[in-house]
Design a protein around this ligand. Structure first.
Ligand code: FMN
Length: 220
């Protein structure tokens, strides 16, 4: 198979990295088949341990299957914000800034949870485990490809969100999509043209999280 470069998508790679954010409000407009193929072809350029390429990507477009995925995803997502869930406390915090920030995230996440089936494509990236327990090295052989996928989508003007809450009920996802038992579903990624605008992802400053030579020492 010839390994050739695709035609340029028309966006600088750093711009794509800076503006690939969780885009949870998506239009239902279809993604052309050749664009979807190009996005997946960029995903599989990612690295994997020993170049094992133990991955598979299920691109779900069937409306009934998308609804089935939403039925798994929605309750799992809602539980995050309910009593006992990890975001219930911050959502109801007396720290007004924390509560407001969590509310914003909750609104966006709940919107996606209730509209997941409207995304024209939902990608389920899978990684072969051979039945062995998963750990950080399992993930490190699939998430570089996942990030490639999201950046390639961005280059085509397509929004994405890396989601994982379906994993609480991933056997239901396996059953719906016919995924073999020795593959883990690493994520569930709705793709679609965004309703909102692209913006630069807000993050803690690099000075806080990157060091020079030794932990805690400033970058040059
Ligand atoms: C490992 C992982 C799991 C995530 N799971 C979910 C999820 O289940 N649902 C969701 O709406 N967003 C999920 N996200 C998206 C994050 O909330 C999002 O990347 C983060 O808030 C930063 O958003 P921003 O890029 O728009 O600034 C997940 C992200 C990562 C990296």
């Amino acid at each position: 198979m010839a390994e050739t470069l695709p035609p340029p998508a028309g966006i600088d790679v750093l711009e794509a990295m800076y503006t690939t954010r969780a885009m949870r409000r998506l239009k239902p407009d279809p993604i052309p088949a050749e664009t979807l193929r190009a996005i997946l072809d960029a995903a599989i350029r990612g690295p994997s341990g020993g170049n094992s390429q133990g991955w598979a990507f299920v691109a779900v477009q069937d409306p009934a299957l998308k609804l089935q995925l939403e039925e798994v995803y929605r309750p799992a997502l809602e539980a995050l914000f309910q009593p006992g869930g990890p975001y219930h406390k911050p959502l109801n915090s007396e720290d007004a800034e924390l509560a407001a920030r969590t509310r914003k995230m909750a609104d966006s996440a709940l919107h996606l949870a209730h509209h997941l089936h409207e995304a024209p494509v939902i990608i389920v990236p899978c990684v072969r485990t051979g039945g062995r327990p998963t750990d950080i090295s399992t993930g490190s052989s699939i998430y570089p490809a996942v990030q490639n996928l999201m950046i390639a989508a961005r280059a085509f003007g397509i929004g994405s969100t890396l989601t994982t809450v379906h994993r609480m009920r991933q056997d239901d996802v396996r059953a719906a999509l016919g995924i073999p038992a020795d593959y883990e579903t690493a994520a569930l990624i709705p793709l679609g043209y965004p309703r909102g605008r692209w913006g630069v992802a807000a993050r803690r400053p690099v000075e806080e999280v990157a060091f020079g030579d030794r932990w805690g020492e400033p970058l040059p």
